[in-house]
Design a protein. Structure first.
Length: 153
């Protein structure tokens, strides 16, 4: 996700391709940062949904592994589900992007939304949930730790 003038991007693209799986210019300067914000908004919603699904399955007395096997092959499938379901079920949160970093990013998102008029009710809500995770001591836990706030006694 890059922003910049076309000529500058053309000069930088070969270097970026040397270490990145994919690169795409999305517009002028700042566009890459805005695209990163879009990514974080989408992840926040997906992880919250996954946390609630996991919590519901446990409360309903379902086996998490069996549920994952069933729902991960359909419309609910996502990278987050494929890569975090099992660790969420085990209460292990030391595998990915830290809550502190996500809160920093969501703060940038919410500030930008004030400027551009975007209505981000879910993002604001999930940012508050991450604040609860931080209050539980989960500053460096990965973002899938949203389930921990649902599982606390």
């Amino acid at each position: 996700m890059c922003g910049g003038e076309p000529e500058a991007f053309a000069r930088a693209e070969p270097v970026i391709n040397a270490f990145a799986k994919a690169v795409r210019r999305l517009g002028g300067p700042g566009s890459g940062q805005l695209a990163k914000m879009v990514n974080q908004i989408a992840i926040a919603g997906v992880v919250q949904g996954l946390a609630e699904a996991m919590h519901f399955a446990k409360r309903a007395g379902l086996d998490s592994g069996d549920v994952f096997a069933a729902v991960s092959k359909g419309a609910a499938q996502s990278w987050q589900m494929d890569n975090r379901w099992a660790t969420m079920a085990e209460g292990k949160f030391d595998f990915g992007f830290a809550v502190d970093w996500m809160r920093k990013d969501l703060g940038l998102v919410l500030d930008e939304a004030k400027s551009n008029g975007a209505q981000l009710a879910l993002t604001k809500l999930v940012d508050g949930y991450y604040a609860e995770v931080q209050a539980m001591g989960g500053h460096r836990w990965d973002t899938s730790s949203l389930v921990a706030r649902l599982e606390k006694p």
